[in-house]
Design a protein around this ligand. Structure first.
Ligand code: BEZ
Length: 203
């Protein structure tokens, strides 16, 4: 049984797993994650990675990742990487990829992303196979949506980007929506005649 203690009560958290240290796709991903890590801290999100190798391997590998990013080798890596070399956390959190095995036939970790809210509850999980690298612009975009919708009774449509109009959820009656969204509510006419496609500027 694991208990993850997040010291700063008010922050968000992202835990993301990697199949293995010293592997090509993982190196591009961690390099990409390290580059905009100030983008995550600006959103009050603390990042932590996990890979099923030792602390010693993590130390050596982060030097390669910094070099991949063309950064000085003396630079500090901007977030910790959990050394889950016994796969305990990976098993407890269902992160193992049943199809990808190491040279000894042991399963590797899949590419999971868990976003944890300020209330320490899981807000989103993504699961990619080991062979598909993640898109960190998309992870920043979902954090923006999660944080916006945690504070406001709105929802974000397909492909939404910060600053674009948002949707009024169907459980808010028309009269209440008019008061709740003083910037205005636009309802799209639909063949069904139902008034469920309602937009409002981003609060
Ligand atoms: C990689 O990170 O490059 C990788 C790891 C496991 C399977 C395939 C690719």
């Amino acid at each position: 049984m694991f208990q993850v203690t997040i010291p700063q009560m008010s922050c968000w958290g992202i835990l993301f797993s990697h199949p293995r240290d010293y592997t090509p796709v993982c190196t591009t991903e961690l390099g990409r994650a390290a580059k905009p890590s100030d983008e995550f801290s600006r959103r009050n999100v603390k990042m932590i990675a996990l890979s099923i190798d030792s602390l010693e391997d993590h130390h050596g590998w982060t030097k390669d990742i910094l070099a991949y990013n063309n950064e000085e080798s003396g630079c500090a890596f901007p977030f910790p990487i959990i050394a889950d070399n016994q796969r305990e956390l990976a098993v407890a959190l269902g992160m193992l990829d049943p199809d990808e095995k190491d040279k000894d036939g042991m399963p590797l970790t899949a590419r999971c992303v868990f976003v944890i809210g300020q209330d320490k509850k899981l807000k989103l999980s993504l699961l990619y196979p080991a062979t598909t690298g993640r898109n960190f612009d998309e992870i920043l975009r979902v954090v923006d949506s999660l944080q916006l919708t945690a504070k406001n009774r709105v929802a974000t449509p397909a492909d939404w980007q910060p600053g674009e109009r948002v949707m009024v959820p169907p459980n808010i009656p028309e009269e209440e929506a008019a008061v709740m969204f003083p910037a205005g509510v636009y309802t799209k006419e639909l063949p069904s005649g139902r008034k469920y496609l309602r937009y409002t500027p981003q609060p």
